[in-house]
Design a protein around this ligand. Structure first.
Ligand SMILES: [Zn+2]
Ligand SMILES: [Zn+2]
Length: 237
């Protein structure tokens, strides 16, 4: 064995795992390399209601600008969705990075203590069945299933349906996004929702139009309360 390959073998034992963002070898499973860790933005102190990061000003006023004058479901997030996180989310959505599910789920459980503790059930934001065929899995459903299992909550799957295959929310304004998802969701069995405190699980919340529409459908079926827990949130300060 050459010195070079011996060194490589030793390094592989010391750093057998891959950074979830750049793929660099790291010593522990399910994390980021030091470089990526510096770039990724975890949410620190957040608004007790909407879960978005609060500025020093907002802390002094005791309110968050996003929540002001709006009825926002109680929400919690792990990361701020920005250019640094984008590649992680895209790999998770489209490139079979399903091995990351347990790590993401555990981060979400830590960030989401307030919304999970007395909840009865978790529901993933559904994707349309045509999209499911193309992508093979719904990343929000994988997260919800794992969270339900660890937290011993009911996992409500295939009840909330995306009945309309909406166009991409990509370049749309907040108002256009709300219009786009109106009537896009329906429940197969509304009676299974009644009286329950439910946590909607998603991977990225942008304007909140999609999760709000899901929440509206669940509340109209008699859910006692609806909350949101997502891996990331788009936040412009
Ligand atoms: Zn990295
Ligand atoms: Zn807020």
């Amino acid at each position: 064995m050459s010195v070079k390959s011996a060194v490589r073998a030793v390094l592989k034992i010391a750093f057998p795992y891959q950074c979830l963002r750049c793929g660099a070898a790291i010593g522990s499973e399910g994390g980021f390399c030091p470089d990526c860790f510096k770039k990724i933005r975890f949410i620190g102190s957040c608004c007790p209601n909407c879960g978005r990061p609060v500025s020093e000003n907002e802390r002094q006023w005791g309110m968050c600008a996003f929540c002001k004058g709006k009825k926002v479901p109680k929400s919690r997030f792990v990361f701020i969705y920005d250019d640094a996180l984008k590649s992680v989310i895209l790999k998770f959505k489209y490139a079979d990075m399903t091995f990351a599910v347990p790590y993401f789920a555990n981060w979400m459980i830590s960030a989401g203590k307030d919304v999970l503790e007395d909840a009865d059930a978790v529901i993933p934001v559904p994707i349309h069945r045509l999209r499911l065929v193309r992508r093979r899995y719904n990343q929000a459903a994988l997260l919800a299933k794992k969270i339900a299992k660890i937290e011993r909550k009911e996992f409500i799957c295939n009840n909330l349906q995306r009945v309309r295959n909406t166009s991409s929310q990509g370049e749309k304004s907040a108002k256009e996004r709300r219009e786009n998802v109106k009537g896009a969701f329906a429940l197969r069995k509304p009676s299974a929702i009644a009286g329950k405190k439910i946590v909607i699980i998603d991977d990225v919340v942008t304007t909140g139009a999609t999760v709000s529409e899901c929440a509206r459908v669940l509340l109209s079926a008699g859910a006692a309360e609806v909350r949101i827990l997502s891996l990331a949130v788009v936040f412009k300060s």
